[in-house]
Write a protein that binds this ligand. Structure first.
Ligand code: SAM
Ligand code: SF4
Ligand code: F3S
Length: 459
């Protein structure tokens, strides 16, 4: 089978996971582009399809198996095409085995450790012969640099600062599929940030499963210092980061955030449960009391900070009384937004072995109560923005006639903009008068477009 070069072959990379997976997909596309592939959004004209997967919940896995299964007909019609499955699911031996046995139209399976070897693995798959499986773990500390990337968005960018996770929360598969924590060298992160800013990115999100652990796997620059260094770079941009773990967050982090208006006034601080008993079973390493202290500290150091979080209900052994603790924490903190999940047993993670007696319907009832509470809080908090003028980075064309563009505030609130002048402000920071809202977003109109000075107004 010929290897066609110079854009006459097309590739599609589909992402099913978190922001880290998105960042990996940008690298997969970068490697494909270097090999001469043009990108496509359609399976039907792709010569290579890469499915970048997520293993965090059963639902995510089921969705991926549906997508892989549906490709078997296409593979019959286009037998030369390569179907590759990679990412977190591919790193799980039992999943790789299931693909080997039952999804024989998949040509290449490679795990998170093998990302940098993708070009070589693809060449092997293209050269015919047998199917290629690269799912072995690599030695702790391995970290590949210099992988090209092809970004999909002009104004917003992902910047991974660390990989892996050492926290082993009892419900979570991530430490098993992403390996031990490895921090990228601060000079490399700084150089990449400069490159992104020079190429037009003005909203950069630093990524890590626990960014507060940055530097702890070796080196002497820790996350607060990294934030200070990056925010000192010239140019007009805003820095975001996720995710922070409450056990490692504190005064130093909040002071670093307060040190520069270029650092977003937003912290995503997952609490997972409001019950100390469940937090201990989850192996989270903090109590409800400590979490509440952190929220108070963040609000004191960073007036107006937007606080978002993740929560799980239905952890094995959780009782109605435990759930009430979670409910009351949500009520007292008043998060701006909350990502809510029902516990999904992950084979390989300790919680999958625990006895679980609460019926699914009961968990669903807890979940529905919790989301109803949060939706009403989010709507109330959004209502309070009406009439205010906020500084917004306008970063997206929506295709919607009434709200042709959208943007984000420093606190990461989505703002949809009305008015024929709005598209002209794309790629700039602008003052936006908020005129309406719903639970999930704000709407507004340009007060006055301007190229931002990041040392300017409160965001
Ligand atoms: N590293 C981040 C942290 O510790 O906050 C979170 C990473 S995880 C990809 C995102 C969220 O998925 C978690 O915060 C948790 O709420 C949820 N999650 C992880 N494992 C889960 C499971 N087995 N069932 C349900 N939700 C889960
Ligand atoms: Fe998973 Fe916990 Fe690590 Fe987050 S900190 S990725 S929830 S093990
Ligand atoms: Fe992310 Fe899912 Fe992997 S949340 S790290 S893609 S398991």
């Amino acid at each position: 089978m010929p290897i066609k070069i110079n854009g006459s072959v097309k590739a599609r990379v589909q992402t099913f996971g978190c922001q880290q997976n998105e960042a990996d997909s940008e690298r997969l596309r970068g490697m494909l582009a270097e090999m001469g592939y043009a990108m496509t959004d359609s399976d039907g004209d792709a010569d290579v399809i890469v499915i970048n997967t997520c293993a965090v919940r059963e639902h995510a896995e089921a969705k991926v198996f549906g997508v892989i299964g549906a490709l078997s007909h296409l593979k019959k019609a286009r037998p030369w095409m390569i179907i590759a499955v990679c990412g977190c699911m591919a790193q799980r031996p039992e999943i790789a085995e299931r693909i080997r046995a039952s999804y024989r139209h998949v040509d290449l399976v490679f795990g998170t450790y093998a990302l940098a070897r993708f070009p070589e693995l693809l060449e092997t798959a293209l050269s015919g012969g047998s199917r290629v499986f690269a799912t072995e773990e690599e030695p702790a500390g391995a970290l590949a640099e210099g992988i090209p990337r092809l970004r999909g968005r002009k104004y917003t960018a992902w910047l991974p600062v660390m990989y892996g996770c050492d926290n082993f929360c009892a419900y979570c598969i991530v430490p098993y599929v992403r390996g031990r924590e490895r921090s990228r060298a601060p000079e490399i992160v700084e150089a990449e940030a400069r490159e992104l800013i020079e190429s037009g990115a003005c909203d950069i999100t630093l990524l890590g499963q626990n960014v507060n652990s940055y530097g702890r796997s070796g080196g002497d620059v820790f996350f607060p210092e990294l934030l200070r260094r990056l925010s000192g770079a010239p140019g007009d941009f805003i820095l975001r980061f996720m995710t922070s773990h409450p056990k490692d967050a504190g005064e130093e982090l909040f002071s670093a955030m307060a040190s520069s208006p270029k650092i977003a006034r937003h912290i995503h601080l997952p609490f997972q449960s409001g019950s100390d008993r469940v937090l201990a079973m989850m192996n989270r390493g903090y109590t409800r009391g400590r979490y509440s202290e952190l929220i108070a500290m963040a609000r004191e150091k960073l007036p107006g900070v937007v606080i978002t979080s993740d929560v799980i209900v239905g952890f094995p052994g959780e009782t109605e009384a435990d759930f009430e603790e979670t409910y009351s924490l949500i009520k007292s903190v008043r998060f701006d937004a909350l990502f809510t999940f029902i516990h999904s047993p992950r084979p390989g993670a300790p919680s999958a072995e625990l006895p679980d007696t609460v019926p699914r319907e009961e968990k669903q009832r807890w979940f529905d109560r919790m989301t109803a509470l949060q939706n009403s809080v989010s709507a109330e908090l959004h209502q309070a923005y009406i009439g205010k003028t906020l500084r917004v980075l306008i970063d997206l064309e929506t295709g919607d006639a009434e709200y042709p563009v959208s943007g984000r505030t420093s606190g990461n609130r989505l703002v949809r903009l009305r008015g024929s002048g709005a598209p002209g402000a794309l790629g700039s920071f602008a003052d936006v008068k908020i005129t309406g809202c719903n639970t999930w977003s704000l709407t507004g109109e340009l007060a006055q477009a301007r190229s931002a000075s990041a040392t300017g107004a409160k965001l």
